[in-house]
Design a protein around this ligand. Structure first.
Ligand code: HEC
Ligand code: HEC
Length: 321
């Protein structure tokens, strides 16, 4: 055996040992723990009927997509996607131990906004934390989650701990990082500034960009507008949301996007899931039934400012059930 060959063998052997050590570390070492800095001056508007109605709207157009189960409540369910191992969508009902009753208001604000639990562990990014949701909206959501509405009646359902696979553990260590904890109050956007309000609704509350940009893997959840193919569609969406469907290009491209649409067409599509030609959209596109006319106009005004993407997303194509 030549000397060079022996050296090469030693190097390869050494590398193999290093890789085995790293793999063992990844499988066995505890997952990272992050800072918990609970917010101050949290005042949940319990019993305020306007706030409850606002919370109900946000929850019923957004959180239900993943947390609602076959029984029609928010007690959660197993995630159908197994890419990360066995993951469970959490129980958001009012149960004192199995549900959200075990968190204080401050812990819940911190958890929903940063994805960090009171013990410092991080939620998997299936649920992107609501980093930029305003205090007013977030407090309304919590008032609703703690109300006696049928969706959140206490259900004693304990899900097993998530069983993360090798990939999910490695990503949790190296890639998934929590967002910044806000330093002060997070204000709601001004009602009369349509574009700012539309951007807030689309990017911070209803997360339209997540499904409607190129891929969940290249989305930038801290600064959504930096996501690859922002609002250009083409993302295959399915799993917990519905049958696998390619999302549509929502930019103002005249042919591939919404360039020829009217505000009325847009309102019908997002509130009634109906295309301008009358065909129904796939159920994977959640119907935003209770958006007000002003909110629809705001999201439309914002989409008109988004740089046009010339992605010919073959939306409507249901690739599989
Ligand atoms: C795209 C799917 C999805 C959406 C939409 C979603 N969630 Fe989640 N949520 C999850 C998953 C999955 C988990 C569990 C993640 C984990 O265990 O790491 C979770 C966990 C949580 C938890 C942690 C509960 C606990 O006991 O640990 C809270 C609180 C929560 N979600 C609140 C909300 C609220 C409020 C909304 C709407 C404003 C919402 N979620 C929307 C998927 C989603
Ligand atoms: C859970 C993923 C998801 C979310 C969140 C989502 N969409 Fe969609 N949307 C889709 C999919 C998938 C389609 C394609 C449906 C089809 O073609 O049948 C679609 C289609 C549409 C269409 C029809 C476009 C066309 O050319 O036919 C519009 C308009 C639209 N979405 C707007 C929005 C807006 C605005 C929001 C946020 C308020 C939003 N979507 C949030 C997945 C989503």
């Amino acid at each position: 055996m030549s000397k060079l060959f022996k050296i090469l063998l030693w190097i390869l052997g050494g590398l193999a040992v290093l890789i085995a050590l790293a793999a063992t570390y990844n499988s066995l070492a505890p997952l990272p723990v992050y800072e918990v800095r609970l917010p101050e001056n949290v005042t949940i508007p319990y019993g305020d009927s306007l706030a409850l109605a606002q919370g109900a709207r946000i929850v019923s157009m957004n959180c239900v997509i993943c947390h609602r189960n076959q029984d029609g409540n928010l007690a959660g369910r197993p995630m159908p996607e197994k890419d990360f191992g066995d993951v469970y969508v959490a129980n958001l009902t009012n149960h004192p131990e199995a549900g959200l009753g075990r968190y204080t208001d401050e812990e819940l604000v911190h958890l929903i906004r940063t994805g960090i639990k009171p013990d410092g562990s991080q939620l998997l990014p299936f649920m992107t934390p609501y980093f930029k949701m305003s205090d007013e909206d977030l407090y309304s959501v919590i008032a609703y989650l703690r109300s006696d509405a049928p969706l959140v009646q206490p259900v004693e359902k304990y899900w097993p701990d998530n069983k993360l696979n090798f990939l999910a553990k490695a990503l949790t260590r190296m890639v998934f990082k929590p967002g910044p904890i806000p330093d002060g109050p997070v204000p709601s956007p001004p009602l009369d500034d349509l574009v700012t309000r539309g951007k807030y609704l689309a990017d911070a509350v209803f997360n339209c960009y997540q499904c409607h940009s190129a891929s969940f893997e290249t989305n930038n959840d801290h600064e959504p507008w930096l996501s690859e193919g922002y609002y250009g569609g083409g993302n295959p969406v399915g799993g917990v949301a519905g049958p696998l469907t390619i999302s549509a290009n929502l930019t103002m491209h005249p042919e591939y996007g919404l360039g020829e649409w009217t505000l009325d067409d847009f309102g019908k599509a997002i509130r009634q899931a109906r295309r301008p030609d009358g065909r129904m959209l796939s159920s994977t596109m959640p119907p935003f039934t209770s958006l007000t006319d002003d909110e629809v106009a705001a999201i439309w005004a914002y989409l008109k400012t988004v740089p046009i993407q010339d992605n010919n997303a073959p939306s409507g194509l249901v690739v599989a059930d």
